[in-house]
Design a binder for this molecule. Structure first.
Ligand code: ZN
Length: 280
């Protein structure tokens, strides 16, 4: 996400380490943090033992700006060390350094995968880590188990100076966003965009164009963003998840999603284009 961040992914930890490392420790999906002046941070230590915290599984992640990074899972029910807390990923966004946040987003998915893929789904035998890639293999049947990723499309639909926004029943009061949905097996991303918008609001699209992507660790999605142009149809709500949808302009915007999301980047991109057009 951030051009200045240098992250080199890795699976084999260094044999010897002379510098402290970043420790992304989770209890289920909550990250171990502590307050440091105005913001929060995570442990940066030579050895996790310094915390006296029992960690049941550990994975090496790679190097962030030349510092080694590890993910770990705290044993169930352990209390955080004095002065530290386990906090949800949504709660730490904006308070934790941006680079650390996006590595934490990677770490939480690897911790979850390690925890939920201990046995082969085909034959039930205990899996072992593959030494050469981020995967586990079954010693009996050879089946490989990779970290789970659920691709989801998200699309900004425009009609002249208007954009299409919708409200899910689960959104905070008054908030609208662009439409999104999971990709189905056998579908291309563009097909998923067309189907999702048709299903949810009954509108047809053209000019579906790739915008950008973002990992979305809630719990293991990859959001793939698109822009598209309205091609026909009237808005009709066909999905019980969507409780409102409409066309908005820069002058009558509802409450929008937070800066963390690609949804907001899509909307901000559209608004910037409108402002530029009105200046010309
Ligand atoms: Zn197996």
């Amino acid at each position: 996400m951030d051009e200045s961040r240098e992250f080199i992914s890795g699976i084999i930890p260094p044999k010897e380490r002379t510098e402290p490392a970043w420790w992304f420790i989770f209890q289920e999906d909550r990250l171990l943090t502590y307050q440091k002046s105005e913001s929060i941070t995570i442990p940066f230590l030579m050895d996790l033992k310094e915390l006296g915290l029992r960690v049941i599984r550990q994975n090496y992640l790679g190097q962030l700006n030349h510092h080694h990074c590890y993910a770990g899972e705290a044993a169930e029910g352990v209390t955080p060390p004095t002065g530290m807390n386990f906090e949800g990923m949504r709660q730490v966004y904006g308070r934790l350094d941006d680079d650390l946040f996006w590595i934490a987003a990677r770490a939480v998915q690897i911790v979850d995968w390690d925890w939920t893929h201990q046995f082969c789904g085909r034959c039930g035998v205990q899996l072992r880590m593959k030494p050469t890639e981020r995967a586990k293999e079954c010693p009996q049947c050879g089946l490989l188990h990779f970290p789970r990723l659920a691709p989801a499309i998200i699309v900004l639909v425009e009609r002249g100076q208007e954009l299409l926004l919708a409200r899910s029943r689960h959104f905070p009061p008054g908030m609208y966003s662009v439409l999104a949905g999971f990709v189905e097996p056998g579908e291309s991303l563009e097909e998923a965009v067309g189907r999702e918008v048709k299903e949810e609001v009954g509108v047809d699209l053209k000019d579906i164009k790739y915008f950008g992507s973002q990992p979305w660790p809630f719990p293991h999605s990859l959001m793939i963003g698109f822009t598209a142009t309205y091609a026909g149809g009237e808005i009709s709500l066909n999905d019980s998840e969507i409780e409102g949808a409409g066309w908005f302009t820069i002058n009558n915007l509802p409450r929008l999603p937070g800066k963390i999301s690609i949804a907001r980047k899509l909307i901000d991109g559209f608004l910037a284009k409108q402002e530029k057009t009105s200046e010309d």
